[in-house]
Design a binder for this molecule. Structure first.
Ligand code: GAR
Length: 205
């Protein structure tokens, strides 16, 4: 039986749709059980509904972190989720949430971590004068954009790049590596040694 994904978003949801495409094209053996946004007007929710997914909003505004995360855990449990995928989910998770889904939460971040964690990673890379940036899929642990790295893709920073043009090229790579990383984790064909995620066989194209 296919493993069940819970996808958390806050906005556009293009990574969510890339995962959905990978499932539809049988590149990823999984089922999207639910997609949840903490922003009521996230465009990704409307598109998700159009495409027939269970897409719900759970507004976080004004709620205490732990109280909100308890609601989120309840929703994910209702949908029997095996793996939680953060896809542009711009909210820090509580320790309670992270312990509840121990090593079953993935995140994608638009930089080569540990460089440029946090907000506006593409801006940070430009401001720093980095010649290369990229994206990272990692397990989520307590601590901002930390946790063992599953996959990364490198993207050159061009001389005439703006944060927007760099973000667009990084996003293309995000859409490629996130479904691959999810497939690896769902296959269970890896082990974690310290901070290192070691696949049992070559998985990434
Ligand atoms: C993506 O670039 C993702 O890497 C980033 O937000 C964007 C969401 O786009 N996430 C973070 O910065 C998390 N720290 P999307 O909604 O189109 O997937």
């Amino acid at each position: 039986m296919s493993k069940r994904l819970g996808i958390l978003i806050s906005g556009r949801g293009s990574n969510f749709l890339a995962i959905a495409d990978a499932v539809a094209q049988h590149r990823l053996d999984a089922e999207i059980a639910v997609v949840i946004s903490n922003h009521p007007d996230a465009p990704g929710i409307a598109v998700g509904r159009e495409r027939g997914f269970q897409a719900i909003t759970l507004p976080s505004k004004g709620l205490d972190r732990e109280a909100y995360d308890c609601q989120m855990i309840e929703e994910l449990r209702k949908s029997n989720v095996d793996l939680v995928c953060l896809a542009g989910y711009m909210r820090i998770l509580s320790g309670h949430f992270i312990r509840e889904f121990h090593q079953r939460i993935l995140n994608i971040h638009p930089s080569l971590l540990p460089a440029f964690p946090g907000l506006d990673a593409q801006h940070q890379a430009l401001d720093h004068g980095a010649k290369f940036s990229g994206c990272t899929v990692h397990f989520v642990e307590e601590g901002l954009d930390s946790g063992p790295i599953i996959s990364q893709a490198v993207v050159p920073v061009l001389e005439d790049d703006t944060a927007e043009s760099l973000a667009a090229r990084i996003l293309k790579e995000e859409h490629r590596i996130y479904p691959e990383a999810i497939a690896l984790v769902l296959s269970g064909q890896y082990r974690i040694e310290g901070r290192r995620v070691i696949p049992f066989r070559k998985i990434f194209a």
